[in-house]
Design a protein around this ligand. Structure first.
Ligand SMILES: Cc1cc2nc3c(=O)[nH]c(=O)nc-3n(C[C@H](O)[C@H](O)[C@H](O)COP(=O)(O)O)c2cc1C
Length: 172
């Protein structure tokens, strides 16, 4: 499984990054910090063709599996990650060749909150976006960091989840 991790926290070395590093070890995958990229909000006129969105997506489609890791901000994915999803719309309208390469790729979604509470419906946008883009949705995991480091329960859950994914992943 050739995997890339896309993490959407507003801080590049925060809690989601700690979780991303744990997935990096499991999947031997590079991490993209969306906060380090200049990605404008979606424009109906497709004004922002010269920012980092397209090069970032072009890098991603070289892999067969994307792990989206987002902090829980106001019961949803972070604005940075939502912005990235909004911009995928460019690939349905303008950069269609790159957009088509998402088809058949695997998607996983991971949230990182400050406690074990998983808010209802949190993962629905990931599930439906994967279906819309004809990607294989391999599942989701809620994680949390309440103090400085993930608790053992969280690392155990990541181990279980990652091992299950490695068993079922489809290699296009
Ligand atoms: C803007 C903002 C909104 C948040 N909203 C929620 C929330 O709705 N539910 C929740 O459980 N935690 C919420 N939190 C806590 C974060 O999800 C939690 O601290 C997370 O681990 C932060 O990850 P990060 O360091 O990668 O940004 C919020 C934090 C911030 C900064």
């Amino acid at each position: 499984m050739k995997t890339i991790i896309v993490q959407g926290s507003s801080r590049v070395d925060g809690n989601s990054y700690q979780i991303a590093k744990m997935f990096q070890e499991k999947f031997d995958a590079p991490i993209i910090n969306l906060a380090e990229k200049k990605i404008h909000p979606y424009s109906y006129e497709h004004h922002h063709t010269d920012d980092d969105f397209l090069p970032t997506l072009e890098e991603i489609v070289h892999y067969d599996t994307i792990v989206f890791i987002t902090p829980v901000y106001w019961y949803s994915m972070s604005g940075i990650m939502k912005n990235f999803f909004d911009r995928i719309t460019d690939c349905l309208k303008v950069h269609k060749q790159t957009g088509r390469k998402l088809r058949g790729m695997n998607m996983l979604a991971v949230s990182c909150g400050s406690d074990a509470t998983q808010h209802p419906g949190f993962f629905i946008p990931f599930q439906l976006s994967a279906a819309y883009l004809s990607m294989n949705y391999l599942g989701e995991l809620h994680t949390w960091i309440s103090r400085d480091k993930p608790e053992k329960e969280v690392s155990d859950q990541i181990d279980l989840f990652a091992n299950r994914v490695l068993e079922v992943a489809i290699e296009p």
